[in-house]
Every structure is written in structure tokens, then in C-alpha cells.
Design a protein around this ligand. Structure first.
Ligand SMILES: Nc1ncnc2c1ncn2[C@@H]1O[C@H](COP(=O)(O)OP(=O)(O)OP(=O)(O)O)[C@@H](O)[C@H]1O
Length: 204
């Protein structure tokens, strides 16, 4: 994946000014930066949720401005999106599989994310740790090569963090490309040494 001088503003404020980087297939990259530095905004641009106002980028051959194509190839895990509150965990995962048109063993996925006892719970009833597990279940279903993950370790206890780490390591073994944000260098650097720090809208 290559991006060139990507920029994005909200109103008149340029949150991302000049983002240039490249990631090879199968690589993992972590994005660091203070609160408000623009990490989530960058992931949203890379996932096709937001369009860049300037610059160009290609993800595995697809133009970042072609949102539909990007979304077919990239999965965006955001802590506050992705689950329908009134659907159960299993219904949410079924919906995800249908959306991607994939046939997969959902029972095995529910098991892998440790939600065997909670498959029938509505998303709105989940604790933040269980919610994260359900979101990871969605990620395991997504067939695309690129995973964009916002703060995978946020709001979890130590066991939860280690669990997320194991799922991300598994994704690496499957040759997925990972780009994630984090405020936890100790954990993040267990996954990769390729790090970028966002400051003032660009990589410091
Ligand atoms: N939809 C929006 N409308 C207006 N401003 C926005 C919008 N989304 C983000 N911003 C602003 O863009 C800046 C960067 O926000 P962003 O969430 O990308 O930062 P971040 O690095 O992910 O921060 P954190 O570490 O706190 O999650 C902030 O000043 C934020 O207020």
C-alpha cells in the first residue's frame, strides 16, 4: 500500500497535512501520537470511511478515493462502531458474514473469541471486554488482506490485552497487513517495530 501526501481537514483545520508512507503486504505498522493527533482520522481515510481532501493513495492496487473497493479490501475495527445494538452477538456475526458474502464456521469464531456463553446476548448488553471480543469476531470473518484497528488494547484488563495480542499475532501469521493505533508501546511493539508517530498532521 502506498499513500502520497495525504491530507484531510475538518472545517478549516487540517488534521492530516502531509502523510506519506508505504506498507508492504503482510507487514504490521503501529501509529502513535498524542490525543487528537489524527490517528483515528488517518485510519478512517485509509478505510474509505472518509475521503482525503488532498493527496493520493493506493491500497493493494485500489485508489483510496474508490471507497467501495477500499471497503472490500480493508476491515476497520473501531471500538464504538460495528455492532448493531439490538442484534445478538451471533446475529451480528451472521450479518457480517452475509455482508462479505463469506461462508464461515461462526460457531468456531464465537469459540475463538471466547463468547460461547454470550452468543445470544444483545450487543447492548455486552461489557466493554465482551464487546471487543465480538468486534474481533467480525474481524476474523472479514476476508480482505488489510486490517485497520483503532486502539486494540483500550479499556481492557491485562487478560483482555493479552487476548487481543494473541488474535493480532494470529492475523499476522495469516499474512494480513495490520495498521493500528495505540497508546501502549509495550504491547504494540510486541507486534512490530515499524512505528510512525503523528504530530502536527504529519509523521514526526
Ligand atoms: N468528524 C469530525 N468533525 C470535526 N472534527 C473532527 C472530526 N473527527 C475528528 N476531528 C478532530 O480531528 C482531530 C484529530 O482527531 P482523531 O480522533 O483523529 O485523533 P486521535 O489521534 O485518534 O486521538 P485519540 O488518541 O484521542 O483517539 C481532533 O482535533 C478532532 O477533534
Amino acid at each position: 500500500m502506498q499513500t502520497l501526501q495525504l491530507a484531510r481537514r475538518f472545517a478549516k483545520s487540517w488534521v492530516l497535512r502531509d502523510i506519506t508512507f508505504s506498507v508492504e503486504e503482510g507487514e504490521t505498522v503501529v501509529l502513535f501520537g498524542e490525543n487528537g493527533a489524527g490517528k483515528t482520522t488517518l485510519l478512517r481515510v485509509l478505510s474509505g470511511v472518509l475521503s482525503p481532501h488532498r493527496g493520493e493513495g493506493r491500497i493493494f492496487g485500489y485508489d483510496l478515493k474508490d471507497r467501495r473497493s477500499v471497503r472490500e479490501h480493508a476491515f476497520f475495527l473501531s471500538n464504538d462502531q460495528g455492532l448493531y445494538a439490538d442484534l445478538t452477538v451471533l446475529e451480528n456475526l451472521t450479518f457480517t458474514a452475509q455482508m462479505y458474502g463469506v461462508k464461515t464456521d461462526l460457531k468456531a469464531i464465537v469459540q475463538r473469541v471466547g463468547l460461547e456463553q454470550a452468543g445470544g446476548k444483545r450487543a447492548r448488553e455486552l461489557s466493554s471486554g465482551m464487546r471487543k471480543r465480538a468486534l474481533l469476531g467480525r474481524m476474523l470473518i472479514a476476508p480482505g488482506p488489510l486490517l485497520l484497528i483503532d486502539e486494540p488494547f483500550a479499556n481492557l484488563d491485562e487478560a483482555g490485552k493479552q487476548f487481543v495480542l494473541s488474535i493480532l499475532q494470529e492475523a499476522q501469521q495469516q499474512n494480513k497487513t495490520l495498521i493500528f493505533t495505540s497508546h501502549e508501546p509495550d504491547l504494540a511493539l510486541q507486534l512490530t517495530s515499524r512505528q510512525y508517530t503523528l504530530r502536527g498532521g504529519t509523521f514526526a
